[in-house]
Design a protein around this ligand. Structure first.
Ligand code: ADP
Ligand code: ADP
Length: 230
């Protein structure tokens, strides 16, 4: 069964910019997609329409069989199903790493605190930050903050994770540690859509690479075919 099914999606911003033109896309459970293409080609807009952070002008997007651009959609429920990691980590500065990871399951899902705490500790360990649970974001490197942001998204037990240029704001020496965490997630079978300029990652981890240009998916194929084409 398809996890994401987008059909004929177009997006025009209020200023007239046509960011997406008749884009169709399917994502299967367990699939890892990398979306590449020049700046301004619509990659980020496409990703943001998948969890209704951005409205669409035309078309339809289904996540888990539910239309997400629909007045009846339960946005809280959708956002638990679709985790997102941004270029800027967007952690709450006054909260510890652990509190950042615990916040949404406590406030949105209203799960019991002991359970949420235990899971948050596990997730911080999983991203290699067991010893930073009590640190505040300002005490963490960019790479560490981004790993906390990944743990925070995973705390909602999403069925898919969206990554919007997750390493673009990082100093070069921190890119690898974030990509390693993402690679481990992919190997566990997490469904992922990753907008990235990291071609090594796309080649090694993606099942399918999409190339966007001027608001359209102009080419998509397995990474071997994509990168090794003559
Ligand atoms: P990419 O992620 O590939 O760099 P984007 O999806 O960010 O591209 O942008 C696609 C196009 O939409 C670009 O022309 C960009 O300038 C435009 N755009 C993005 N966000 C907005 C916005 N909020 N208002 C108007 N135009 C926008
Ligand atoms: P799950 O996949 O978590 O088992 P289901 O798809 O069986 O959930 O849906 C359970 C209930 O929640 C159904 O009534 C379904 O219509 C509703 N539902 C699931 N996802 C959404 C969503 N994103 N927006 C609105 N309702 C939803």
């Amino acid at each position: 069964k398809l996890l994401i099914e987008a059909n004929g999606v177009s997006k025009q911003f209020a200023n007239g910019t046509q960011a997406l033109k008749n884009v169709s896309l399917t994502v299967e459970r367990g699939e890892v997609l990398c979306i590449i293409g020049p700046s301004g080609s619509g990659k980020s807009t496409l990703l943001r329409t998948l969890n209704a952070l951005e409205e669409i002008s035309e078309g339809d997007i289904q996540v888990n069989g539910h239309s997400v651009h629909n007045r009846k959609v339960d946005l809280n429920r959708l956002r638990t199903q679709v985790g997102m990691v941004f270029q800027q980590f967007n952690l709450f500065p006054h909260m510890t790493a652990l509190e950042n990871v615990m916040l949404a399951p406590l406030k949105v899902l209203k799960q019991p605190e002991a359970e949420v705490r235990a899971r948050a500790e596990q997730l911080l360990a999983k991203v290699g930050l067991a010893d930073k649970a009590q640190s505040h974001p300002a005490q963490l490197s960019g790479g560490q903050q981004q790993r906390v942001a990944i743990a925070r998204a995973l705390a909602m037990k999403p069925s898919i994770m969206l990554f919007d240029e997750p390493t673009s704001a990082l100093d070069p020496e921190m890119v690898g540690e974030v990509l390693e965490v993402m690679k481990a997630l992919a190997l566990e079978g997490m469904t992922m859509c990753v907008v990235t300029h990291e071609m090594g990652f796309a080649r090694a981890v993606a099942h399918r690479v999409l190339f966007m240009d001027h608001g359209e998916i102009v080419y998509q194929d397995a990474p071997a075919a994509f990168f090794d084409a003559p």
